[in-house]
Design a protein around this ligand. Sequence first.
Ligand code: NAP
Length: 280
Amino acid sequence: MTATLMTGTDLAAEMVAKAADRARALQERTGVQPCLATVLVGDDPASATYVRMKQNRSKKAGIGSRSVVLPAETTTEELVAELTKLSEDPAVHGILLQHPVPAQIDERAAFEAIDPAKDVDGVTTRSFGAMAFGEPGFRSATPGGIMRLLEAYDVPIAGAHAVVIGRSPILGKPVGMLLLASNATVTYTHSRTTDLPAIVRTADIVVAAVGRANFVQGDWLKPGAVVVDAGYNEGNVGDVDFAAAAEVASLITPVPGGVGPMTIALLLEQAVDAAEAQTV
Ligand code: NAP
């Protein structure tokens, strides 16, 4: 392997430790403990694991958690009502709706029921718009975590060509906007893109956000490219063929231990930001 590993574990631990200090200070000063509400709809085991991980990390950081679990047959109206209730509850400072929700639910309507002041996962159109215009607001957690990782590893972004594979509202689209805001030249690709390998070969930075195990091949990469693998597939496998890519890239994120811990760290940091803003 010739690439250097871009790990998120230590950086995320530092971020969580700082968030924990701030949570403690807020509680000492005001008696208010930051509280993150998690909402899980249905019984998808992977989603249940993600939510449990987020709750455990919250607890370790001194952030209280409120857990709402709804049945798989929940309607859009029922989910919107639950999210509205949490949005209006002064004891809840941040709200995370675990994505994806069951197919019968209008996910966008559900996200929009989250008060933007509590949108610590950065999923509302208000948060997206603020991020796209460079205004203050909560960042989408995984994209925000990716940017912090690139900054920590001093990856030159201004003027670089970044190719984002995937355009989901929680990952591909916002990470492209953040790269653009940092003056990268951004190309979005998706399932209708023709000759994806040729486009990826022109990238200085590749962000893989596809949801298909080992999808990005080593011979798609320009030598020295920086590879961010946001994918997380069954068996702890990313969206990039790691062994092959690590022979060509200059920097590469491992899966697990790359983007995943950064996502949770940013979520917790933003939960404390929200609690401070709503308390002080
Ligand atoms: P998603 O909503 O399913 O979106 C996948 C994207 O990939 C879509 O835009 C889709 O294009 C595109 N795509 C699918 N097949 C393609 C192909 N053959 N060529 C090019 N693009 C293709 O997934 P997501 O929620 O963004 O998640 C993506 C991955 O990131 C998953 O592995 C997920 O587990 C992982 N993830 C990780 C974290 C973390 O914290 N590490 C957080 C969230 C997600 P269309 O738009 O054309 O359909």
